[in-house]
Design a protein around this ligand. Structure first.
Ligand SMILES: Nc1ncnc2c1ncn2[C@@H]1O[C@H](COP(=O)(O)OP(=O)(O)OP(=O)(O)O)[C@@H](O)[C@H]1O
Ligand SMILES: [Mg+2]
Length: 600
């Protein structure tokens, strides 16, 4: 499906608005033409003639006589003149009311379409794989959802307000011109194809540059959003100059690109105006000949009206000539939007998937995994954890611990092997039901710009303050939350109170506990806590782990000594597994890591 077709399809829900826009635009254009035609009776009355010729005259004059003839033809010249003026004013007011309604409807359509597009894009983003987000710069996505959709709006406005309106104006004006003098009109129309030929190469140049510019705009957005996120790093490494230079280079490259493209884009308007001026001169030349010759076929007032309408025709012709260059940027933006919409969504529940159930055990069978086709980070992992057990995953940094547990909620799909819950491959389950079984405290704590309450109750609106408080108490967070200025209603995050690393972790633990999930995944969940807090949180977790199945990742081996099963991961392979006592006795990697921590 072509890009333009897709853009048009976006308009479909707004067909009634679109029709209203079309009708008001066309009627307003006709009325606009009429105000110019009224010049004829005005001039005739002024020159002491009847407002309209009694017989004969151009087609336009005959039509005018049929519609407003009786009003204009009445009585004395000054009465007729007054009537002409009144009709003129009435037409002008009506035309402008309609033009206003047309503009309003076109804005309404445009904003509706952009809203729809933004929401669709946002929803689609949520359905894309985690890999996509790791490959794509956040700022580029921001630019696509905010800037590019806004540019698409230009395409729609240009198509509606501008193209539609101007084309209908041109049709009405040309109709009037033909009605006034078909000979002169022919002279003007013969030149029209020439304009298309002149403008075309400029359009091509602008089109080629537009996509580049949209991408560069995205890069600029990225740089700003990355600066905001890493401002502390910039300060710490005194990198302000460095960042500013990087930004200036990008901003400058963008400036150059825009200038280069605008050199051609801005040319279409003057070129088409000079061209139209040439045509007017031609009309003058031919027109006066027709009006002055011995066999005068054109009366002066008709020639004046003709030239007035022809001059008026200039501006819509100019706009239409500009249309392709104005559209180039919008179409490049539309491409960027559609590119994201065309990515296959990997998330979301599929037909045929069933709700997950967990009664007995979780099994990894020969699980292999690699990120985006890079070297594997997990090799043939076999693991069985029964319901109610605590499984600890330990091992050196980069061994694949986080990756291992990320596969369980299907954040990524294994490249080989299977993960089973109660003997059923987890790919048979809907992602939503599978994830509802789990409370996950990830290695980096993510808090939202929202209240403590909303952060703990995240994503659901049916939790009461009592429930949230109970979860916070279990996570050893209640004490410090109560100390905050507005307790559970204190705003956290960028525009709110900042919490310490340990406090953040406890909020995250409370969040996981609140859902009371049968499976808990704790990835370094207590790493930012001091000994005392860790002990308190550990107690709470121990209490809660009693009837839960838990995966714990911890560098501090003291916290995993009581686990039912300890898995030692190194370079993506399970090198040892067993209880603390058994592993300690085996004197392998676990023992080495353990001794490093406990022997001074
Ligand atoms: N999104 C990713 N894309 C590509 N490679 C990744 C990605 N995440 C992790 N890796 C790589 O996979 C390997 C395992 O990473 P993982 O995060 O699972 O280690 P870990 O055992 O949790 O380490 P740590 O104890 O430091 O948290 C590392 O070599 C890492 O560089
Ligand atoms: Mg990790």
């Amino acid at each position: 499906m072509g890009r333009s077709t897709r853009l048009l399809l976006l308009l479909r829900p707004y067909t009634p608005l679109f029709v209203a826009n079309l009708v008001t635009t066309v009627v307003a254009s006709v009325l606009d033409g009429v105000t110019f035609v009224l010049l004829i009776p005005f001039l005739r009355t002024l020159f002491g003639q009847e407002a309209l010729p009694a017989s004969g005259g151009s087609a336009v004059e005959r039509l005018l006589a049929a519609v407003v003839g009786p009003v204009l033809g009445a009585g004395a010249p000054h009465a007729a003149l007054r009537n002409v003026v009144l009709v003129l004013l009435g037409t002008l007011v009506l035309k402008n009311v309609l033009a206003y309604v047309a503009a309003l409807t076109s804005v309404a359509i445009q904003e509706n379409v952009v809203r729809d597009l933004r929401v669709r894009l946002f929803e689609h983003l949520q359905a894309l794989s985690l890999g996509f987000f790791q490959r794509t710069r956040g700022g580029q996505l921001l630019a696509r959802v905010i800037n590019d959709t806004d540019q698409v709006k230009t395409a729609i406005t240009a198509a509606l307000a501008s193209l539609l309106q101007n084309v209908s104006l041109i049709v009405v004006y040309v109709g009037i011109l033909v009605g006034l003098s078909w000979r002169l009109t022919l002279v003007a129309l013969v030149c029209a194809p020439l304009l298309v030929l002149i403008v075309r190469p400029m359009v091509g140049k602008v089109r080629r540059r537009s996509r580049e510019q949209a991408d560069q705009r995205g890069e600029l957005t990225s740089l700003v959003s990355e600066l905001v996120a890493s401002i502390k790093l910039v300060r710490a490494y005194v990198a302000e100059r460095f960042e500013a230079d990087r930004f200036r280079t990008l901003a400058d490259r963008y400036r150059k690109g825009v200038l280069r493209a605008q050199r051609y884009a801005l040319l279409t308007s003057p070129v088409s105006e000079v061209f139209a001026g040439g045509v007017i001169v031609l009309i003058f030349a031919v027109g006066t000949r027709l009006a002055l010759g011995q066999t005068a076929v054109l009366r002066p007032e008709v020639l004046i009206a003709f030239i007035a309408v022809a001059l008026r025709l200039m501006s819509p012709v100019k706009s239409v000539a500009n249309y392709p260059t104005a559209m180039a940027g919008a179409l490049a933006a539309a491409d960027r939007v559609f590119e994201v919409l065309d990515l296959t969504p990997e998330e979301g529940d599929r037909p045929g998937e069933v709700p997950a159930r967990f009664e007995r055990c979780i099994e990894y069978r020969g699980v292999t995994f690699s990120y985006n086709g890079q070297a594997p980070v997990l090799h043939g992992v076999d693991l069985e954890v029964r319901r109610g057990q605590v499984a600890a995953v330990v091992g050196p940094s980069g061994a694949g611990k986080t990756t291992l547990v990320d596969l369980l909620p299907r954040f990524y799909e294994p490249t080989g092997g299977t993960i089973l819950v109660d003997g059923v491959p987890i790919t048979r389950f809907t992602r939503s039901s599978l994830r509802s079984l789990m409370g996950i405290v990830s290695q980096e704590t993510i808090l939202l710009n929202d209240t403590v309450f909303a952060n703990i109750a995240y994503g659901r609106s049916d939790f009461t303050l009592d429930q949230v408080q109970a979860a916070a108490r279990a996570a050893n967070a209640d004490a410090f939350v109560s100390q905050l200025p507005e307790g559970y209603h204190t705003l956290l995050g960028e525009r709110g109170t900042r919490l310490s690393g340990g406090e953040r972790q406890r909020i995250a633990i409370a969040r996981a506990l609140l859902r009371d999930p049968p499976i808990l995944i704790l990835d370094e969940a207590t790493s930012a806590l001091d000994m005392e807090s860790e002990r308190l949180v550990q107690e709470a977790i121990d209490r809660l782990m009693a009837h839960r199945t838990t995966f714990v990742i911890a560098h501090r081996l003291a916290t995993v000594q009581h686990a039912d099963l300890i898995v030692v991961l190194a370079d993506g392979r399970i090198v040892e597994h067993g209880t603390h006592a058994a592993l300690y006795a085996a004197s392998g990697l676990y023992r080495r890591l353990h001794d490093l921590q406990f022997r001074p």
